[in-house]
Design a protein around this ligand. Structure first.
Ligand SMILES: Cc1cc2nc3c(=O)[nH]c(=O)nc-3n(C[C@H](O)[C@H](O)[C@H](O)COP(=O)(O)O)c2cc1C
Ligand code: SF4
Length: 490
């Protein structure tokens, strides 16, 4: 029986079918090659599928699918400042962490990294959540992933200063800047080749590509991680970041630890054991950083893979979200450990990207209407956010709605109890998205992200990520080059 705390999302049947479809695909392609599927038969043209010229069209389409998307025409709430501990975000718009895979071999920002953050600085967003930054060399998801070290901390410091100054000059305020500390776990690729480190064997992910037992992280290896995060957090402070995120999302190591039901020992099985790694790291970081520095987490509250292999899942083995454990964890983070800001997200970008970032064009046709994915994200986030009125929650997954994402953002604030709206792909595509929302009251549809997935394809090809469509001068040549390389490899 499904517990009463379970979210009943209409469209769950559609999600179940989509999952079966994806499992079949997974049997054909290994988990590391999602984006090697030939796309030539897919429609590539912008906005073929997104035909909502009016806001009411979105509402009508959602209603026809049996889902609800919170939409609010009054955008004024997005312009309100938000106090986060000792810091203030000038408005309620955030840039979500977006990896560019464009750092130097030593982990410091390279030319394209700097260019991306300069654009983010000028966007008008009140908060910039820096991308995944590895805490150890083996924890990198690619050889160009950022990594803070004592040797390169000055390069990060220069970048943070530039971002603050540019934002101040352009927008009249300094943005709150957070860095996301990560261990890539199952998706580690420090030299460009998969080198997975996992909490446990996950049959739904490993059906077609079983992993060796050597990939399992030992308890002793996990015991050492809180200090590695604490060391990176101290460097982040030196670099001038206002906050530190202990990343626990998208099935990277800390996210996977939350679902380690089948792992024996101190880090698996019970709720206390599965949250030990995250909470122990939060405690270790808190003990070492100044009280001024924001301590936060980007947290998966729904994995979209059936129990006992997913966090936030109904125990009956269905794909129904169950927010009981996510709420319990957020209570421990917020009420016991004093976190005042948490960024919620769902899904796994490698296995169910349509859950993680709804799209309608990409390497495979999404097996559900993207509006169902948008509604699932909103419902999961809203359920947990509403339970903690004093916690500032950042919502994810807004970009699919393109020119209607500002109304979605305002709807999340007005109806779902969130404090800020975080934009991922839109921040790549539309460099002035936040100022346009705040000062023009609208986004220009011709500048919006079209949810085509090409930025992620760039990542999967081992290239540098950015918007191939709207920032084509820089990223279209990289995309073509990557495609040619892959064709040669085949
Ligand atoms: C190219 C790319 C890189 C990303 N890098 C990160 C990352 O470093 N850390 C993270 O937590 N999420 C990352 N994400 C996920 C986004 O932050 C965001 O959750 C997702 O794109 C859905 O939001 P959107 O609809 O606004 O794009 C990335 C997404 C993309 C497309
Ligand atoms: S940011 Fe650009 S490349 Fe990425 S999904 Fe949007 S339009 Fe496509």
């Amino acid at each position: 029986m499904v517990p009463s705390a379970c979210l009943r999302i209409r469209g769950a049947e559609q999600h179940r079918k989509s999952y079966i479809f994806l499992r079949k695909i997974n049997a054909i392609y290994s988990e590391h090659s999602w984006y090697t599927v030939d796309r030539t038969t897919r429609k590539d043209d912008a906005d073929m599928a997104f035909q909502y010229p009016h806001l009411e069209d979105v509402q009508r389409a959602a209603a026809a699918l049996g889902v609800t998307i919170p939409l609010e025409e009054d955008l004024s709430a997005l312009a309100q400042p938000l106090t986060i501990g000792a810091h203030t975000s000038a408005n309620r718009l955030a840039i979500q962490p977006m990896e560019g895979c464009d750092g130097k071999a030593d982990g410091s920002p390279d030319e394209l990294t700097v260019r991306r953050y300069h654009r983010f600085a000028e966007s008008g967003a009140g908060l910039i959540w820096g991308e995944a930054t590895a805490v150890l060399p083996d924890a990198r998801a690619n050889p160009r992933q950022l990594m803070l070290t004592p040797q390169n901390v000055d390069a990060f410091k220069a970048l943070v200063e530039q971002v603050k100054q540019r934002c101040l000059a352009k927008n009249g305020f300094e943005p709150v800047m957070i860095v996301q500390l990560t261990h890539s776990g199952r998706y580690s690729k420090p030299t460009g080749k998969p080198a997975p480190r996992v909490m446990y064997h996950c049959p739904p992910y490993e059906a077609s590509a079983p992993l060796d037992d050597a990939c399992l992280m030992s308890d002793e290896e996990l015991d050492a991680l809180p200090e590695a995060y604490a060391a990176s957090a101290r460097l982040a402070e030196q670099a001038g970041f206002d906050g530190v995120d202990i990343k626990a999302c998208h099935r990277y190591l800390f996210s996977e630890s939350l679902s380690a039901f089948t792992r024996p020992g101190r880090y698996g099985g019970s709720f206390d054991n599965r949250t030990r790694l995250l909470l122990g790291t939060v405690d270790a970081v808190r003990a070492t950083i100044s009280a001024r520095t924001i301590l936060t987490s980007r947290l998966n509250i729904y994995d979209g893979v059936e129990a006992p292999y997913g966090f936030g899942m109904a125990p009956d083995g269905s794909l129904t979200p169950d927010m009981t454990e996510p709420e319990q964890l957020v209570r421990m983070l917020h009420e016991q450990r004093g976190l005042s800001l948490i960024d919620f997200t769902i899904g796994n970008p490698y296995v169910n990207p349509h859950v993680n970032r709804p799209f309608d064009q990409g390497p495979y046709a999404p097996p559900e209407d993207p509006l169902v994915g948008v509604a699932r994200m909103a419902d999961c986030i809203g359920t947990v956010a509403s339970a903690f009125p004093n916690l500032s929650v950042i919502a994810s997954g807004l970009s699919y709605l393109r020119q209607w994402s500002p109304q979605f953002a305002a709807g999340m604030l007005a109806q779902k109890g969130v404090a800020m709206a975080g934009f991922g792909r839109e921040a790549f595509a539309y460099p002035t998205f936040a100022s346009d929302i705040l000062h023009k009251g609208a986004l220009d549809a011709s500048k919006c992200c079209i949810a085509c997935g090409k930025c992620t394809e760039l990542m999967r090809m081992g290239s540098r990520a950015g918007c191939v469509v709207r920032d084509a001068a820089v990223y279209a040549p990289l995309y073509r080059e990557g495609k040619e390389k892959m064709a040669c490899q085949k």
